[in-house]
Design a protein around this ligand. Structure first.
Ligand SMILES: Cc1ncc(COP(=O)(O)O)c(C=O)c1O
Length: 432
C-alpha cells in the first residue's frame, strides 16, 4: 500500500536555505531591480537598513551566495516541529473523482499553527546575536505575531506587536496566544504612535491595514534605542528562510516517487509561496517543465490587478521604495477573513518572477475559498486557515481540469496553516 504521509527524520531537516537570487543571476542573467532610497532614488545601501534590521539579515537580503547555512541554534528550535509532513490527499482526490495526485505540505503542525515560525526563529536568533533587546512588528491575521512572540520568547527578547484592528476584533484568540508568549499587543491604528494617531483623527473607526501597522512598528523602532523591526513576509531574507519548506518537500516528493506538474501557494506578501516554490523554480530555470500558481484574494489582487512599479512597503511611506506589483501603498482592502493576504504589494522576488512569466497568478473571492476549505476539511480532516484555502481552491481547480483532460497530473500545494483560530470566519460563511 502507498503511504499517505511522507515523513522525514530530524536529521533530514535542511542544513541550508536556498538563495533563488543566485540561480536567477546564473540562469536568467538578471535580478529584480534593487530597493531605492525614496529621497535620492539611488539603490539603498546596507547602512540605510541597519537602523531597522540586524546586519546578518541585511547581508542575507543582498546575498548572491547559492546556500546560506542554517545556524545550529535555529535548527535546534526547528526540531520542535520540523520536518513537517507531506500528505497525499487521497480522500480529496476520491471526492473530486480526479486522476490527479494531490499532495500538500502541512505547515500547520508548527506550535503556532503556520509557516511563519520558520522565519521568526531565524530572525529572533540573528537579532539576539547582535545584542538587540526588543523587537517590534505588525501582524494581520495574528499568525505572524504569534510566531514571532514564541520565537522572541525562546531567545529572551521582548516583542511589541501592532495588530491590524479588523483582525484584532475578528480573531481575539490570536491576541491571547501572543500574550501567553509574553508579547505586548496593540490594535492598529493605535494611539501609541504619531502615525496611528493621525489615522485615528481622520477616521476613529478605521479597520486598519498591514501597511499602517508596518508604519507604526517602524516608527516605534526609529524612536527607541536597541529596538529592531521584524517583518513576516515580502523581503528577500524572509522568503529565503521559508525555502526550508520546499527543500523538505522536494526530498519528500522524491520518496513518493513523483515530481509535481504544478506547485501552488497562496500569496499575501509571498513568503509561503516562495517557500514551497523556489526549490522547484530552480529546476524550471534549468529547463524542467513545471508550473507555479500564486493564489490571491479578489479583494486584494496585487499580482492580477496591480501595477509593476516602485512603491512604498507601508502606508506612512517610511520604507525604501520596492519594485513590485502593487495596488498603491494607501490601498485599504476589504476586511476579509484571510487577514494575512490583505497586503497592497507583493514580494519583489515574486513580482519579478511573475513579470518574467515564470509563475502564474489567479484570484478567488471569499465565498469560493471558504467552500474549498470546507470540502477539504470534510475529506482530509484539517480545517485550513482562510489564507491557505486559496491554495486549496486552486489545487481543486487544477485537479478538476486534469479530470476533464483525462490525464494524470501531480499537484503539490502548501497548506500554510490551520484554521482552528479562524472559526469566526467559517461561522459567518456557514450561517449567513
Ligand atoms: C496561514 C497563512 N498563510 C499565508 C499567509 C500569507 O503570508 P505569506 O504570503 O507571506 O505567506 C499568512 C499571513 O499571515 C498566514 O497566516
Amino acid at each position: 500500500m502507498k503511504n499517505t504521509k511522507i515523513i522525514l527524520t530530524e536529521k533530514e531537516i535542511p542544513e541550508y536555505y536556498l538563495n533563488i537570487s543566485y540561480y536567477l543571476k546564473k540562469y536568467l542573467g538578471k535580478l529584480p531591480d534593487p530597493p531605492l532610497n525614496p529621497t535620492t532614488k539611488q539603490p539603498v545601501n546596507p547602512s540605510d537598513l541597519s537602523v531597522i534590521f540586524p546586519m546578518e539579515l541585511i547581508k542575507q537580503e543582498v546575498s548572491l551566495e547559492e546556500k546560506i547555512t542554517i545556524p545550529e541554534e535555529v535548527r535546534h528550535f526547528y526540531k520542535l516541529y520540523r520536518p513537517t509532513p507531506l500528505i497525499r490527499a487521497y480522500q480529496l482526490e476520491k471526492f473530486l473523482n480526479t486522476p490527479a495526485h494531490i499532495y500538500y505540505k502541512y505547515e500547520g503542525v508548527s506550535p503556532t499553527g503556520s509557516h511563519k515560525l520558520n522565519t521568526a526563529i531565524a530572525q529572533a536568533y540573528y537579532n539576539k546575536k547582535e545584542g538587540i533587546k526588543t523587537l517590534t512588528t505588525e501582524t494581520g491575521a495574528g499568525q505572524w505575531g504569534s510566531a514571532l512572540a514564541l520565537a522572541a520568547n525562546l531567545f529572551g527578547l521582548k516583542l511589541i506587536v501592532f495588530m491590524v484592528k479588523v483582525s484584532f476584533e475578528q480573531k481575539p484568540f490570536r491576541k491571547i496566544v501572543m500574550q501567553i508568549y509574553g508579547a505586548e499587543v496593540f490594535p492598529s491604528p493605535s494611539d501609541k504612535t504619531e502615525f496611528g494617531k493621525k489615522i485615528l483623527k481622520m477616521n476613529k473607526n478605521h479597520s486598519g491595514s498591514l501597511g499602517i501597522a508596518i508604519s507604526e512598528a517602524l516608527e516605534t523602532v526609529v524612536k527607541n534605542k536597541n529596538f529592531k523591526y521584524s517583518l513576516g513576509s515580502v523581503l528577500n531574507h524572509v522568503l529565503l528562510h521559508q525555502t526550508i519548506i520546499g527543500l523538505e518537500a522536494k526530498k519528500q516528493m522524491e520518496k513518493a516517487g513523483e515530481y509535481p506538474d504544478v506547485v501552488i501557494g497562496c500569496v499575501g506578501g509571498g513568503s509561503n509561496f516562495a517557500g514551497i516554490a523556489f526549490p522547484f523554480i530552480v529546476d524550471k530555470l534549468k529547463g524542467k517543465n513545471v508550473r507555479f500558481i500564486a493564489v490571491e484574494p479578489e479583494s486584494c489582487p496585487s499580482l492580477t490587478k496591480g501595477k509593476y512599479k516602485y512603491d512604498f512597503g507601508d502606508t506612512a511611506q517610511m520604507t525604501p521604495l520596492l519594485k513590485m506589483y502593487t495596488l498603491g501603498s494607501d490601498f485599504v482592502p476589504l476586511p476579509i477573513h484571510a487577514g494575512g493576504l490583505r497586503y497592497h504589494g507583493m514580494a519583489p522576488l515574486i513580482s519579478f518572477l511573475y513579470y518574467e512569466k515564470l509563475i502564474e497568478a489567479v484570484a478567488y473571492d471569499q465565498k469560493t475559498i471558504f467552500q474549498a476549505g470546507i470540502d477539504f476539511a470534510k475529506t482530509e480532516g484539517i480545517i485550513p486557515a482562510p489564507e491557505s484555502c486559496h491554495a486549496i481552491k486552486s489545487a481543486i481547480d487544477e485537479a478538476i481540469k486534469a479530470k476533464k483532460e483525462g490525464r494524470k497530473k501531480v499537484i503539490l500545494f502548501n497548506l500554510s496553516g490551520h484554521g482552528l483560530l479562524d472559526l469566526n470566519g467559517y461561522n459567518k460563511f456557514l450561517h449567513n
